[in-house]
Write a protein that binds this ligand. Structure first.
Ligand code: ATP
Length: 248
């Protein structure tokens, strides 16, 4: 579904991603793990069209994304849940969700949008209770749910999540990861970028390890969870139910 070949991303003279290749097949849940500054967000910004200065190839359903605008990329079926949620703080929960359906509204699919809203409010009952509340006053976990709901309103074929566990308590991380598993079971293809390696690898089919802009390792999640280098560098912490102490 998504194929990236030899991707290089730069900010002026700084190269953040040095020739990265990866693929995501339809129905897969793929995780990219890496520390701060590894280049994870740069990679996602290139996929979403927000970063223009990249070379290499990004193909989504065999269509090259090079030169496409961010709205066109969303229309093609890619939705992103950005790092730090980036919800519209002064707008209500309802308006945030409707904003996610912007590209669908424009196609005149009002009834479909109403149905999607219902489905998302069922999925996140806490948002249902708070539809009129200003999004900026939600807790971190609620904001993360809202950011996921908003991305789903665009009816993505590929959902990309950038560090959804960031800053959340272990119990809330469990809730968010359970939601990701449910979405995957419903047939959404998912690319999950995380520093919380253990939690991400536990739910993913395959994983990639990004270090200082280079893909240094890839494999099935089971292989990566027992890999000595991965264990040493990324699997040192306890994160609620998604942690069972196996690899300490
Ligand atoms: P984090 O988890 O901290 O967000 P990351 O893996 O997402 O890290 P990136 O944000 O992609 O990493 O950063 C990769 C490299 O690119 C870093 O060295 C960073 O300093 C650099 N970088 C990122 N954004 C910019 C920018 N706007 N201008 C200059 N350099 C940047």
């Amino acid at each position: 579904m998504l194929r990236i070949q030899n991707l290089k991303c730069s900010y002026g003279s700084i190269t953040a991603v040095h020739g990265v290749s990866l693929s995501v097949k339809e129905g897969e849940l793929i995780s990219i793990i890496g520390a701060n500054g590894a280049g994870k967000s740069s990679l996602l910004l290139a996929i979403s069209g927000l970063l223009k200065n990249w070379s290499g190839e990004i193909l989504f359903q065999e269509i090259p994304l090079k030169g496409m605008s961010p709205p066109a990329i969303v229309r093609s079926g890619i939705s992103m849940v950005p790092e730090g949620r980036q919800i519209f703080a002064p707008l209500s929960v309802m308006d945030n969700l409707k904003m996610g359906a912007y590209t669908i509204y424009r196609r005149g699919m009002k009834t479909e949008v109403e149905k999607d809203l219902e489905m998302i409010l069922d999925m996140f009952p806490i948002l249902h209770e708070r539809v009129e509340q200003l999004a900026g006053t939600l807790s971190g976990g609620e904001q993360q749910m809202l950011a996921i709901g908003r991305a789903l309103m665009a009816r993505p074929k590929l959902l990309i999540l950038d560090e959804p566990s960031m800053g959340l308590a272990p119990k809330i991380v469990d809730q968010i990861f359970n939601t990701i598993v449910t979405l995957r079971e419903q047939g959404v293809t998912i690319l999950l970028v995380e520093q919380n390696a253990r939690a991400a690898l536990k739910i993913a089919d395959r994983g990639y390890v990004l270090e200082t802009g280079k893909m240094v390792l890839q494999g099935s999640s089971d292989e990566l969870l027992v890999d000595d280098d991965v264990k040493r560098a990324y699997l040192g912490q306890d994160y609620g139910d998604f942690y069972d102490g196996r690899n300490q």
